[in-house]
Ligand binder design. Structure first.
Ligand code: COI
Length: 359
């Protein structure tokens, strides 16, 4: 497959870029270029292009607009002290992107091409990667969608791959001080055999009403459960996985199946023993969470995700209950794991597993 680069003739002025990087927030600003590739059933993936960011022009009949045949990823680029630009475990995103594609009946984007696309886009947008020492990073958002104009319900015969880049600060303003989750038993995110473990836009579209209700309840995000009313099982929060720390030193998180297999989740399970924690993946019934917070058996709860990093959960509420986690402030285990993870990502701590990829 061929590769081409076209640079923009109207880049964001350096002064404006500096202003954005000083306070990027999350997802509000985009860099000057994007990476794209087109696929057809007859010819497979065509040229990978890095080119100026511009709107897509598409037929109103394309599959993604009607049936939501779409997947995405999220990964971050960090500037290390030696000025190198580094991606965190992009191979995991590449593999998940291919798995999500399979589930959504889209063509798999080859993982080696995924890595090449990330590298090339980051190289051309190097000036957009925040300085070392800053908590911010450059977030990459690969997507793939059905681009054939056809109204029958079948998989598209053409598809588009695209990656945009967006400088990213904290997902939650003041998130490290802790957030509140609304535990919904009214809405379910996914069922066995559904698309819960694929990263597809539809999972998030379906979460927006629940998220609005969570905010109406004074919470920052929703936490999903599944199963019969008397035995609701924790799933994941709106944009991140959920992790509990028990008094007996276990790091417990819901097992895979209907939840997103998060890269941060996997990294925490791997790092846990270095923090004296036993990693456990299992079903967590909602009563165990509520009673455990009340009795002190659960000492910390936090959320984990690429955008959210590790965000402490200081309170949980749902129909008929409200509990404070621990002392109602971020706990030491979550904060230590957060420092460890960020240290590896920003190149300030050893990376014995080779998780970072130099662009
Ligand atoms: C990420 O953490 O990268 C995600 O994809 C969550 C997102 C929907 C904000």
């Amino acid at each position: 497959m061929s590769f081409s680069i076209t640079t923009t003739t109207a880049p964001t002025p350096a002064a404006r870029r500096a202003e954005i990087l000083a306070d990027p927030g999350f997802g509000r600003f985009f860099t000057d270029h994007m990476a794209t590739a087109e696929w057809t059933v007859d010819e497979g993936w065509q040229e990978l292009r890095v080119r100026p960011l511009e709107p897509f022009s598409m037929h109103p009949g394309v599959g993604v607009l009607h049936y939501g045949q779409e997947i995405f990823e999220g990964l971050k680029t960090y500037r290390h002290a030696d000025d190198s630009l580094q991606l965190f475990r992009p191979d995991m995103n590449a593999a998940r992107f291919a798995r999500s594609a399979r589930r959504l009946a889209l063509p798999e984007f080859p993982p080696e091409l995924f890595l090449e696309a990330m590298d090339e886009l980051v190289r051309i947008e190097a000036d957009w990667v925040p300085p070392h020492g800053d908590e911010a990073s450059l977030y990459l958002r690969p997507i793939e969608f059905a681009s054939e104009a056809f109204l029958g319900v079948r998989s598209s015969r053409t598809a588009t791959f695209c990656t945009v880049a967006s400088p990213a600060g904290a997902y939650f303003t003041g998130g490290v001080r802790g957030i509140r989750l609304w535990v919904t038993t009214k809405y379910t995110r996914a069922a066995v055999g559904g698309t819960g473990d694929a990263k597809c836009g539809g999972n998030y579209a379906g979460s927006l009403l629940a998220q609005t209700e969570a905010q109406e309840q004074g919470c920052d995000q929703v936490l999903y459960t599944s199963g019969p009313p008397e035995r609701r099982i924790l799933e994941e929060a709106g944009t991140m996985n959920i992790v509990l720390i028990t008094r007996s030193g276990k790091l417990v998180t819901p097992g895979l199946g209907t939840i997103l297999p998060g890269v941060t989740r996997d990294s925490l399970l791997t790092l846990a023993p270095e923090h004296g924690l036993v990693p456990v993946e299992r079903e967590i019934p909602l009563p165990e969470l509520v009673d455990g917070c009340r009795s002190g058996e659960i000492v910390e709860v936090f959320a984990a995700g690429t955008a959210a990093v590790i965000t402490p959960i200081i309170a949980l509420a749902g129909d008929g209950f409200e509990v404070t986690v621990g002392a109602g402030e971020p706990g030491p285990a979550g904060l230590a794991l957060r420092e460890h993870l960020l240290g590896i990502q920003h190149g300030d701590l050893p990376d014995p597993r080779g998780w970072m990829r130099r662009v």
